[in-house]
Design a protein around this ligand. Structure first.
Ligand SMILES: Nc1ncnc2c1ncn2[C@@H]1O[C@H](COP(=O)(O)OP(=O)(O)O)[C@@H](O)[C@H]1O
Ligand SMILES: [Mg+2]
Length: 339
C-alpha cells in the first residue's frame, strides 16, 4: 500500500497565521495564500465569504454581517469559525477524499492544549490521514534555511499580525521562546490612534495597514515618504484626506516597535551564554510580514549591536519551512510538537 498511496497523495503543509493562511502542497508549491478572515451572516450564522473576499468586507460590513479573524491574537478567538476556516482552506487542496494526505499545521506557539485539539480535529475532519503540529518559530527557522538540528544557536524573530515570536533554536528544539501580542495589528492600531490624536481623523484598520506598508518605518529613511490618509474628520464629520509623512508614522509606530525591541533584549538576556555567543556570530533573522517594516533591521542592529537580517520573502518562510518537514519527514520529524 505504501508506494501506492505515496503515488497519489500529495502531503500538505499549512501556516495557520493570525493574518494570513498559506498552504503548500508537496510537489506543487504554495497553492493557497489568503487572509485568515471569515464573514458570517448574523441572522442565520451562514458563512458568506472566506479569505480575500471576507477581508474586502472588513470595515465595510453592515449590521447583519460579521467579519471575524478567528486567529486574531495568536490564539483561537472563535472555535467554530476557526474550524470552518481551516476546513474550507483544506478542502480546496484535498480534492480526492479517498487519497487522504498527511498534513502538518504550523501554529503560533501560544496555542493551548485545547486549541491544538481543535486544530487537529478540524484538520482531520477536513480529510487528513494524519495531522502533525509544528511551532511557528521552528518552521520559520527551517524556512530561512537555518540548520536547526545542529548544536548551534540561532535566533529567529517572526513578526506576524497578532504576535511576535522570539525564539532561540538549537539541536532541533526551541531553547527559549518569548511570545508577545504586539505585532502588525498593534502597529495598525497605533497609526489609527495617532491620526485621531494628531489630525482629528478617524481611519479604518485597512487604511492604517496600507499607510504602514506604504510609508511605515522604524528607522530614519534616506528619503522620507508621504501618502494621503483617508478617513472621517472627527470635528465636522465629513470624509477627508490628509497628507501624512513617514516621520509622523515612525513616531506613531514607536510604541509597538519599542515593545518588540524590549522583548528581544529580554530574550537575549535569558539566553544561555554558549548560545548567546553563537547568536553574536550568526546574528538574528527576521521573518513574518512585520519584517518588511522599513528600517526595522537597522533599528534592531543599532539597539542590540548584533547582525540582523531580513529573510528572503518573509511572508512565506513559515509555510516553506513546514513544507521542508514534509519533504524530509524522516530527518525533521523530531522538530514536530508532541501533541
Ligand atoms: N511592507 C510591510 N510593512 C510592514 N508590515 C507589513 C508589510 N507587509 C505586511 N505587513 C504586515 O505583516 C502582517 C502579516 O504578516 P504574516 O506573517 O502573514 O502574519 P501571520 O503569520 O500572523 O498571519 C500584517 O500585520 C501586515 O500588515
Ligand atoms: Mg506567521
Amino acid at each position: 500500500m505504501g508506494w501506492f498511496s505515496n503515488l497519489f497523495t500529495n502531503d500538505v503543509a499549512i501556516d495557520l497565521g493570525t493574518a494570513n493562511t498559506l498552504i503548500y502542497v508537496k510537489s506543487e508549491g504554495i497553492v493557497v495564500r489568503e487572509p485568515s478572515v471569515v464573514a458570517i451572516r448574523r441572522s442565520d450564522k451562514k458563512v458568506i465569504a472566506i479569505g480575500k473576499n471576507a477581508r474586502e468586507m472588513m470595515g465595510k460590513n453592515h449590521k447583519n454581517i460579521e467579519v471575524i479573524r478567528p486567529m486574531r491574537d495568536g490564539v483561537i478567538d472563535d472555535d467554530d469559525v476557526a474550524e470552518i476556516m481551516i476546513r474550507s482552506f483544506i478542502k480546496r487542496v484535498v480534492k480526492n477524499p479517498l487519497n487522504r494526505p498527511r498534513i502538518i499545521v504550523c501554529v503560533p506557539s501560544g496555542v493551548t492544549k485545547a486549541e491544538k485539539r481543535i486544530i487537529k480535529d478540524s484538520t482531520e475532519q477536513a480529510g487528513a490521514r494524519e495531522v502533525f503540529l509544528i511551532a511557528e518559530p521552528m518552521a520559520a527557522a527551517l524556512g530561512v534555511g537555518l540548520e536547526v538540528l545542529e548544536p548551534v544557536g540561532s535566533m529567529v524573530i517572526d513578526i506576524g499580525g497578532g504576535t511576535t515570536e522570539i525564539a532561540v533554536i538549537s539541536l532541533g528544539g526551541i531553547v527559549s521562546d518569548t511570545s508577545i501580542r504586539i505585532a502588525g495589528d498593534e502597529m495598525d492600531e497605533a497609526i489609527i490612534n495617532f491620526m485621531r490624536r494628531n489630525n482629528n481623523l478617524l481611519i479604518g484598520e485597512r487604511e492604517a495597514e496600507r499607510i504602514k506598508c506604504e510609508i511605515g518605518s522604524a528607522f530614519k529613511l534616506e528619503q522620507e515618504l508621504t501618502t494621503k490618509a483617508k478617513g472621517r474628520d472627527l470635528v465636522n464629520g465629513i470624509p477627508v484626506s490628509v497628507d501624512v509623512t513617514s516621520e509622523e508614522i515612525r513616531e506613531a509606530l514607536n510604541e509597538p516597535v519599542t515593545a518588540i525591541i524590549k522583548a528581544v533584549r529580554a530574550s537575549l538576556e535569558k539566553t544561555p551564554p554558549e548560545l548567546a555567543a553563537d547568536i553574536r556570530d550568526r546574528g538574528i533573522m527576521l521573518t513574518g510580514g512585520g519584517a518588511l517594516l522599513r528600517g526595522l533591521d537597522a533599528r534592531l542592529r543599532e539597539e542590540t549591536s548584533l547582525p540582523v537580517s531580513v529573510a528572503e520573502d518573509p511572508l512565506t518562510c513559515v509555510v516553506r519551512g513546514t513544507g521542508k518537514v514534509l519533504d524530509n519527514f524522516e530527518k525533521y520529524s523530531k522538530v514536530l510538537l508532541d501533541n
